[in-house]
Design a protein around this ligand. Sequence first.
Ligand SMILES: C[C@](O)(CO)[C@H](O)COP(=O)(O)OP(=O)(O)OC[C@H]1O[C@@H](n2ccc(N)nc2=O)[C@H](O)[C@@H]1O
Ligand SMILES: Nc1ncnc2c1ncn2[C@@H]1O[C@H](COP(=O)(O)OP(=O)(O)OP(=O)(O)O)[C@@H](O)[C@H]1O
Length: 319
Amino acid sequence: MAAPGVVVELAPAKVNLCLHVTGRRPDGYHRLDTVVAFAELGDTVSGDTVSVEPAVDGIFLRVSSGLMPVGKGMTAPVVPAAVDNLVWRAAALWGREAGELRAVRLTVDKRLPAGAGLGGGSSDAAAALRALSRLTGRPLGARLRRNTVGLGADVPMCLEPRPWRARGIGERLQPVALGRDLPVVLVWPGRAVATPAVFRARSGGFGPAVPERVLEHLATDPLSALAELRNDLTGAACAVEPAIAEAIAAVGGLDGCRLARMSGSGSAVFGLFDDGAAATVAAAALQDRRPGWWVRAGVLRAAGIDTRLERRPVAPLTA
Ligand SMILES: C[C@](O)(CO)[C@H](O)COP(=O)(O)OP(=O)(O)OC[C@H]1O[C@@H](n2ccc(N)nc2=O)[C@H](O)[C@@H]1O
Ligand SMILES: Nc1ncnc2c1ncn2[C@@H]1O[C@H](COP(=O)(O)OP(=O)(O)OP(=O)(O)O)[C@@H](O)[C@H]1O
């Protein structure tokens, strides 16, 4: 293992710019065609390798949810603090695939609402794997990358947060050229929905894949291209949680909003803007009107996100 140190990784919010449900596998998972991009805001996952005497083996996980939005009337799943946390499961996967871990402490600071369709848990898992790779000096091998889909369908795309087209159940990744950075307002209407419940509530057949012509158009005029696409889970998610329909209408009505849509299986909604300043003003106005909602302005980065945050001093290990 490399010398003791601390690395801090951003676990950025994932936004499904569109989500087409194109079929269903025999195991019940749905085949998707989705274009995702990542915002420069999210949870953080830090990892320490710590020298202590006597040496301590194992993984230590600390989850701080102090920054998670918790307000009157909000419902969000509890973020598990131990072996059910996706960060823990990612570290266990690393242990199986890349080698034993000794005295590693992973700390998750939650800032993204859980069960929001912003991929928080998946992004945390991916950030933990990047942190372990940096701490140990070992690259993320191809087999490990492939196996991350077992942690969650969104984990492979979160390993390298950049615009992707994802097919299969999310693991067949193809880079996508997004013509420019997209100012975004992210809104979570204070009510979580569980992904399996939304897929179960879906009715009707399957839709067409994302046309190649529209994918190419994303490189030149992303907002017009996205207007031709859709999120096929919107109806089902709104039936499960009507607050989503309210959020889509509220975001669509913001000054300067060019497109409002749900992300993933909900319940978060995003609005795209031409102009970052307009997005910031609109977010503040909406937050004033709806204090029970979680509202953030950010930017979806065409070039992807640099997830390496600043180094911090090493703190002593207290297990
Ligand atoms: C809807 C998306 O957010 C789009 O990016 C993701 O596909 C969901 O990714 P995720 O939260 O990592 O999902 P997982 O934890 O793998 O799956 C949760 C549950 O959602 C359903 N599920 C998920 C993904 C998929 N392609 N088809 C499904 O039917 C399954 O019932 C599954 O048991
Ligand atoms: N580190 C984590 N952060 C958030 N949730 C976690 C984490 N680890 C496990 N979970 C569990 O995962 C479930 C989904 O949380 P998550 O925030 O990833 O949902 P989501 O945003 O809807 O994801 P997706 O966009 O991938 O569908 C929750 O029920 C939560 O208890």
